[in-house]
Design a protein around this ligand. Structure first.
Ligand code: ZN
Length: 344
């Protein structure tokens, strides 16, 4: 079942945010805590460029249509070969930074930290087409002393304190994750953490290193990893499996979004979805919904003249239309009936 957050819950989110960029969602619209109004977000992150991450995990995720995050140590790529990384990126996976040389950042000088963080991001941006290098994973889960060097290079960073992340993370520069494998969670324990995220409307981030016979930290058998993917795909209404960076983008956009209805007739509604974030980074779709107006039995939705993912979901009292749209991505039009609109 899709969970219906009462409007009052959405409003309490908005008022709990003190940032100047907090948006507002006008009734009767609601914005999803997680994309598609799913109950939980789940991110699989992989550190240290171990061979089976590319040879086994990427094809496994591709078969499910799930996206993962590869935290790359840019100097550790075997033979300096970016080809496997580029191939993974071409399949929609996130390539993010695990620094240049994997140091203990807490023991480095500010200049060393600055070089590790900036140069790994630049290496990703220049070697992987389309990747911005938006996020960072701290080697040994150790942040640097000065977090401002992190925030000047990345929108978020991953630690590993072994907790679920609430829907509004307390600290984007130290997002918690669970170490998995022989020194952490088994596949079964991974599934139970995801179930706990479902119950708490939280975000579950996994940290994985070696798979099977990789010569690396805390190996997990590929069969156990596969079993967790089967657990997620068995409940697509519960689990939103998405990259670390895309979940961060979604949270920031959801919290900064302003939604208003600007025009309505009995067959056509125009909606504005805006925010004050940087459009070159924050262009990921968020999910909105509203009740179908009286007398409507179906609807189609466009943004900027192009059809967007939309569906009508029967609810006990009144059907709702749910759709994805990009903040600052142009005018949204909801049309009575299922007639599709040709792209312009
Ligand atoms: Zn590492």
């Amino acid at each position: 079942m899709f969970k219906l957050l009462p409007l009052i819950a959405a409003m309490s989110f908005a008022t709990s945010i003190t940032s100047a960029s907090a948006g507002s969602v006008a009734a009767p619209y609601e914005i999803a805590t997680w994309r598609g109004f799913r109950a939980a977000a789940v991110s699989y992150t992989f550190d240290d460029d171990l061979a089976n991450q590319y040879a086994k995990a990427v094809p496994m995720f591709d078969a499910k249509g799930f996206k993962l995050t590869l935290f790359t140590v840019t100097k550790w790529l075997p033979g300096g070969d970016w080809t496997p990384v580029q191939n993974a990126a071409a399949h929609g996976h996130e390539i993010a930074s695990h620094t240049v040389t994997h140091p203990h950042l807490g023991a480095e000088t500010a200049e060393q930290v600055s070089n590790e963080l900036a140069n790994s991001r630049i290496a990703i941006e220049s070697n992987v087409p389309g990747q911005k290098g938006l996020t960072l994973a701290y080697p040994y889960c150790e942040p640097p002393v000065d977090f401002s060097i992190v925030s000047s290079n990345y929108i978020a960073a991953r630690g590993c304190s072994g907790r679920l992340v609430p829907a509004n993370p307390p600290d984007f520069l130290n997002i918690s994750s669970f170490v998995c494998g022989s020194l952490g969670l088994s596949g079964e324990q991974m599934n139970s953490r995801a179930d706990a995220a479902d119950a708490a409307n939280a975000w579950c981030v996994y940290l994985i290193h070696a798979i099977d016979d990789d010569k690396g930290y805390s190996p997990i058998p590929s069969a156990e990893l596969q079993a967790t993917l089967d657990h997620m795909s068995a409940s697509p209404e519960k689990f939103w499996v998405e990259t670390f960076g895309n979940v961060v983008r979604y949270i920031r956009e959801r919290n900064a979004a302003s939604v208003t209805e600007t025009f309505a007739t009995d067959s056509r509604i125009v909606v504005s979805l805006t925010d004050d974030l940087d459009n070159s980074i924050y262009n990921y779709p968020v999910t909105l919904r509203r009740p179908l107006p009286v007398g409507w039995t179906s609807a189609s939705v466009t943004q900027n003249g192009k059809p967007v993912a939309a569906r009508v979901i029967p609810m006990s009292a009144v059907d709702v239309v749910t759709f994805d749209a990009i903040p600052n991505g142009g005018e949204i039009v909801i049309l009575k009936g299922a007639r599709s609109i040709a792209p312009r």
